[in-house]
Design a protein. Sequence first.
Length: 179
Amino acid sequence: MALKPTIYKFRISLSDLNRDFYDALNLTIAQHPSENIERMMVRVLAYCINAQENLAFTKGLSSVAEPDIWVRALNEQILLWVDVGEPAVDRIKKATRLASAVKIYSFNSKSDVWWDQGQEKIKRLQASVYRFQWQHIQALAMLVQRTMDFSITITGDSAYVATELGECEVSWEPLQVLD
């Protein structure tokens, strides 16, 4: 019997001071059985950082042909492809052929090794790459509940997260940024 996903419901008050973007988001997130809380929360952060009209979670880990998050035009063209984790160079290359813009959000303790090993090849591709601080992601994961209200304020290269269980700051490092 296959394991079922765990469902989380988040009500987020989002303030992105970098883009003057403010919104109230109601997100229902399915945590894949093989996905840990840290990865799920990086998906939520990546969603908030890129919040815009038509942004949507995909099947994610359930479908290797899709990114974690995307924006698709009415004609099905992929305008934004967002992957979370440390994808293979071939996957990034494929994404750059399929989408107008590609963003990668790396986050775990092996992120430096992934970047060091793939950096030369990735730099030749039209993709923006960011690395979250692993300790910050772990601190954020400690605040998660199945149903929760929280606020995220984005400024510079960090997000300040406030929940009823506590607060934390999550910062990221731009490794490769395209305009």
